[in-house]
Ligand binder design. Structure first.
Ligand SMILES: Cc1cc2nc3c(=O)[nH]c(=O)nc-3n(C[C@H](O)[C@H](O)[C@H](O)COP(=O)(O)OP(=O)(O)OC[C@H]3O[C@@H](n4cnc5c(N)ncnc54)[C@H](O)[C@@H]3O)c2cc1C
Length: 457
């Protein structure tokens, strides 16, 4: 995409218009302001602007549109494709918009999109309430929600978008729209899975669930093919209250692990049972029985305990996201055979059992169309500098091809910068055509194009 040179905007003028909340090249905070989660996206925008209201967001959108500047929208900065960074354009950084209004009476919350999943979870958790996001606290609720949202409550309460009741959206023409099932239903359908293609979401209204405590945490098991296959069988057979994420990977030298386990293949599982302690312990027992755990931190705790504080970390990684129907012994063998010989500092296959509440929503109800896919699989490897990248990508591609079982779908939020064909795989069947139609209606000039893009045609 062409980006526009910084000469077409006056930084002093911008600072005046946005009360100084503008960071530009040469400013002391510039390197921090342009930084995103993934270390490979070292982009240099003309300005990073931090609006504080929907009206200001509309002004940033108008500025980018009228000056022909590339516009990158950032909530938590975790885009795998680097879409919330820009070379020469404007970054609209929502991090100053973190208001949260909880309405206990009707069990809903309005949340501004500068909030992270962790901050939202901690705040509503103080009242024993929860909305499900992903597995990492620092991810922004903006990008995560607009792509779908698969996390620790997914089998019990569905995707994040299944708990989205309304949104406030600034469209390309600068209007601030209230969007829900009655008002602009076409947009409300599209933003539930279609990503940032249709406007800047400034607020979301979520359903809250009563969740005074969970039984959850990390369970580390030695990863034989048998354990991996049995783990996924248990995850699919578990009550819907339990959602499980299995990271099959080489054990890092974590202080709580015996030294003999360092460098060995393990299942680093995150389990969350959304219910009372006794039933939770019963639901977790089959996982504990699979092998002698190397570490067992699963315990009753507040849901926010699933999002411990994170150290600042900017990995360089390649990956491939896909869906599979089964992880039986043969599939588990394939995983072990590929992970074992690789010498990447971190290589992993992440497996997430879906089903439950996700599968009960009709495929056509939202723009997330993978309702009947049973397991999400993400293959990933770290690389060490550009020279190392291609061989790590080749390893990822080889393992992904070996795991492919016929489902060509992809979850948009785990896509990297992989080209238009992969974006279409995120929106199979009639979903794509319907999204293109909504895109034409609300963003005919493709102002919102730094995303997994749905071109207006
Ligand atoms: C460590 C890590 C763990 C993850 N775990 C999970 C997980 O468990 N479950 C899951 O579902 N996903 C997960 N993801 C993927 C994550 O959902 C996506 O990367 C998501 O896009 C990140 O959102 P963000 O707001 O942090 O990112 P950003 O980089 O800020 O935004 C990504 C893109 O989303 C769009 N966008 C963001 N905010 C807005 C907005 N307010 N209005 C309009 N468009 C917007 C823009 O197009 C932007 O380029 C994970 C990612 C990482 C890096």
């Amino acid at each position: 995409m062409p980006s526009t040179s910084s000469t077409s905007i006056s930084i002093p003028d911008l600072r005046e218009r946005f009360d100084g909340r503008v960071t530009a090249p040469g400013d002391p905070g510039y390197d921090q302001a342009r930084k995103v989660f993934y270390g490979k996206w070292d982009r240099r925008p003309a300005a990073v602007i931090r609006p504080t209201s929907a009206a200001e967001v509309a002004r940033v959108v108008g500025l980018a549109r009228d000056r022909g500047l590339e516009l990158a929208v950032r909530s938590g900065g975790h885009s795998l494709a680097g879409h919330s960074a820009s070379d020469g354009g404007i970054v609209l950084d929502l991090s100053a918009m973190t208001a949260l209004e909880v309405d206990r009476r009707d069990g809903t919350a309005w949340a501004q999109t500068g909030l992270t999943a962790g901050a939202y979870t901690k705040a509503v958790g103080a009242d024993g309430l929860a909305t499900g996001f992903g597995d990492t606290g620092s991810v922004g609720i903006g990008g995560l929600t607009l792509g779908g949202g698969v996390g620790f409550l997914v089998r019990k309460h569905g995707l994040t978008i299944d708990n989205l009741l309304a949104a406030e959206l600034v469209t390309a023409d600068g209007r601030v729209l209230q969007v829900d099932a009655e008002a602009h239903p076409d947009l409300f359908w599209a933003i539930r899975g279609g990503g940032g293609n249709f406007g800047v979401a400034t607020r979301f209204r979520f359903r809250l669930h009563e969740l005074p405590s969970i039984v959850g945490g990390m369970l580390l098991l030695p990863a034989t093919a048998q354990v991996i296959a049995d783990f996924m069988a248990a995850a699919e057979a578990a009550p819907e209250e339990l959602s499980a994420i299995a990271n099959v990977m080489v054990a890092p030298p974590m202080p709580f692990l015996p030294a003999s386990a360092h460098g060995q293949l393990v299942v680093m599982a995150m389990l969350a049972y959304a219910g009372d302690a006794e039933a939770g312990e019963r639901a977790v027992a089959p996982f504990r029985a699979l092998a002698e755990p190397l570490a067992d931190m699963v315990r009753p705790m507040p849901y926010a305990g699933m999002f411990p504080p994170e150290e600042e970390f900017h990995p360089t990684a390649v990956g491939h996201t896909m869906f599979v129907d089964r992880v039986d012994g043969t599939v588990a063998d394939t995983i072990v055979e590929h992970l074992q010989p690789s010498d990447a500092a971190m290589r992993a296959v992440q497996l997430r059992a879906l089903g439950g509440a996700v599968a009960r929503v009709p495929v056509e109800a939202t723009a997330f169309a993978h309702r009947h896919s049973r397991i999400m699989a993400n293959v990933a490897a770290f690389y060490d500098g550009p020279a190392d990248r291609d061989r790590r990508q080749a390893w990822v591609d080889g393992l992904a091809a070996a795991l492919h079982q016929g489902d060509d779908g992809a979850y948009v939020n785990f896509l990297g910068d992989e080209g238009p064909e992969r974006v279409q795989q995120a929106y199979p069947g009639p979903t794509w055509d319907r999204l293109v139609e909504v895109k034409r209606r609300y963003d005919p000039d493709n102002l919102f194009r730094r995303n997994q893009n749905i071109p207006p045609g």
